[in-house]
Design a protein around this ligand. Structure first.
Ligand code: FE2
Length: 324
């Protein structure tokens, strides 16, 4: 039987339906971000008002009815508190109304698992890059199966760095892609490059890039920011690859939609004779199918989660989350 997944951790409301790992539907409603950024309560209102429409659209796409679902998964965290509550309340209501198990899912785990699921991978090294996160991860079995963080940002996520830079440069949302567009044809300017082992920092780089805007062209600064930050991520990932001796690298999360980062990491994988995988954009942007994939696997493993544990957690840590 199929499993429903509901995602609402940030500005995207996603509803996915999965059966035996196959994605039957992956529908979304996206809140339009203004130049002022996100006001969580307004986004939560948007999700609540679009839930019914998005759910009906997912059911129609899958050709299934609600009573044909065997479980409902939702994003427990990490994310914005007010937004997370919408998926949680929806999942609880569906679970009660249709008498099906409810399964809380870690958003970061879901970004990795959807990519593994799409390509049939067992044990890759993952570079997970989004607005709030930038981490290098691989699964370990002790003391329980979970993702170990080999390296991560010490301050801001690479996505948030691009957002802040784009706002300073008066670019329009969506910022990640507008920075990449603005960088086309640029020339390199030297910038601070901070990698400590497999960890890295982005805030000094951001401050420098914003300052450089005053006496350099946007195209050169955007290009240099992209090259520097992505090179930092690639260097740290390659070091983790040598340490873990994994044979596969995956790139996932919102920033994995960057063609430039994909190409850079693909080149590294090729030179190190390992395979490289990145999912289509639909599955790297926040989506409901990734929540359904993890929920289905947890459900099939026989895991039963009491409703009292079906909470939300804005800082739900990937390395404290058991995986199956
Ligand atoms: Fe995400």
């Amino acid at each position: 039987m199929a499993v429903l997944g509901i995602e609402s951790s940030a500005h995207t409301l996603g509803i996915g339906i999965v059966e035996n790992g196959k994605v039957l539907a992956n529908e979304r409603s996206m809140y339009k971000i203004s130049n002022k950024g996100i006001i969580p309560s307004r986004v939560a209102d948007f999700h609540a008002s679009n839930l019914r429409k998005t759910l009906l659209s997912a059911l129609k796409k899958s050709g299934l009815r609600m009573d044909q679902m065997s479980a409902v998964g939702y994003t427990k965290g990490p994310g914005l508190g007010a937004c997370l509550q919408i998926a949680q309340i929806a999942a609880k209501s569906i679970s009660q109304r249709f008498g099906m198990p409810i399964i809380p899912v870690n958003h970061a785990v879901a970004h990795i698992e959807i990519t593994k699921n799409l390509f049939g991978l067992k044990d890759p090294l993952a570079l997970y890059v989004s607005g709030g996160n930038s981490q290098i991860l691989a699964a370990i079995n002790e003391p329980y199966k979970h993702y170990h963080i080999h390296g991560e940002t010490f301050d801001i996520g690479v996505g948030n760095m691009f957002d802040s830079f784009a706002r300073a440069a008066k670019l329009n949302p969506a910022w990640g892609s507008t920075v990449e567009k603005a960088a086309e044809g640029g020339k390199y300017i030297r910038m601070p490059y901070t990698v400590k082992g497999m960890d890295f920092t982005f805030s000094g780089l951001l401050t420098n890039a914003v300052e450089l805007l005053q006496r350099n062209s946007l195209v050169d600064v955007a290009y240099s920011l992209l090259e520097t930050s992505f090179s930092m991520l690639c260097e740290a990932t390659e070091r983790a690859l040598f340490l873990t001796k994994k044979r596969e690298i995956i790139l996932c999360g919102g920033v994995a939609q960057s063609q430039h980062l994909r190409e850079m990491l693909k080149r590294i994988a090729k030179s190190d004779h390992v395979r490289f995988y990145a999912a289509p954009s639909e599955f790297n942007a926040d989506n409901g199918a990734m929540i359904a994939v993890v929920a289905e696997r947890m459900h099939k493993s026989g895991l039963k989660i009491p409703v009292s544990e079906c909470t939300t957690d804005q800082k739900y840590k990937i390395d404290k989350t058991m995986i199956v």
